[in-house]
Design a protein around this ligand. Structure first.
Ligand SMILES: Nc1ncnc2c1ncn2[C@@H]1O[C@H](COP(=O)(O)OP(=O)(O)OP(=O)(O)O)[C@@H](O)[C@H]1O
Length: 281
């Protein structure tokens, strides 16, 4: 998919060029998310406690992100999100559990169709694309090849990068075991290592960094910086605000499927932290 020239981004061009994280010039838009809605439909209605009967109108209005349709329940996971990402940008995505972060990434990767709205991507988004093709019953070694091919590398290129990928992941001889035998941290590290082996246009990382030790995080950060320097766009979903702040200049805060704040990471993370603290207290 490419960005058609006739799209009206509805953003003042001057506003776009003003945002220069770390003083770096950003490139052209790599991704445009335009009023995106994603709704999951699940079979089976929600159980209503005995004696309660049908939920009242007020209750249904207050709980409007879950709508019951007889035997079908629909969950509006992403509700009207719009933003533009540019080449060379790294963007954090924060939000409480179930706020829609992973759904947003899956929609950007083209793994789930928007219910409404559009996603325009320049080039191929990566990582979730890799996740989708990896097979747990096959060895890490086979998955490196499958993932590499999915990223558009040739078999020779994958073979040439194989040792680097294994070394980066730090999983050693376990690369010859089926991925089903890996801990979640091991498979997250291998997925990251495969995804970062090519220089993708848009790299999306969903919590993989949280599973590594300090050395892995440092290597990952270096790799992300290299991808960004080569004008890729990096998205990082993480519950660790320190990780988001150290890697991303810009952060999106998502709550109940909506974008509540988009700006410099320090400001957005501070606001999000204050919100979480208030909720907990
Ligand atoms: N495959 C699915 N089918 C139905 N509902 C889903 C599915 N995946 C997610 N949801 C629902 O969509 C909403 C958003 O989920 P999502 O996983 O995108 O949130 P998240 O912010 O990534 O959460 P977390 O931080 O816990 O990973 C939640 O209410 C979740 O229950």
């Amino acid at each position: 998919m490419s960005i058609p020239e006739e799209i009206d981004f509805e953003v003042d061009a001057e506003d776009l060029s003003e945002f220069k994280p770390n003083g770096r010039e950003l490139g052209a838009p790599s991704l445009v998310v335009d009023d995106l809605y994603v709704t999951y439909r699940i079979f089976g209605g929600k159980r209503v406690a005995a004696g309660q009967g049908r939920p009242g109108v007020l209750k249904r209005v207050l709980n409007r992100s879950t709508v019951h349709m007889g035997g079908l329940t629909s969950v509006e996971a992403v509700r009207g999100i719009s933003f533009i990402a540019r080449h060379g940008e790294s963007i954090g995505i924060v939000g409480v559990n179930g706020s829609g972060k992973s759904t947003l990434l899956r929609a950007i990767a083209g793994l789930i169709p928007p219910t409404e709205g559009s996603v325009y991507v320049s080039g191929e988004p990566s990582l979730l694309g890799v996740n989708a093709v990896l097979m747990g019953s096959l060895t890490g070694e086979r998955n490196v090849m499958i993932g590499g091919l999915a990223l558009g590398l040739s078999p020779e290129e994958v073979r040439a990068k194989f040792d680097d990928i294994v070394e980066f992941s730090g999983i050693g001889d376990s690369i010859y075991l089926p991925m089903n035998a890996y801990s979640s941290g091991m498979s997250a590290r291998l997925r990251f290592a495969i995804s970062a082996a090519a220089v993708p246009d848009v790299l999306m990382i969903d919590e993989a960094l949280a599973t590594g030790d300090a050395a892995f995080r440092r290597k990952s950060k270096d790799r992300i910086d290299a991808i960004r320097d080569e004008a890729g766009t990096v998205f990082l979903v993480s519950h660790s605000l320190a990780t988001v702040e150290s890697i991303c200049a810009r952060t999106l805060w998502i709550h109940q499927g909506k974008l509540v704040m988009d700006g410099p990471s320090t400001e957005v993370c501070a606001a999000y932290k204050a919100f979480v603290k208030k909720q907990d207290g």
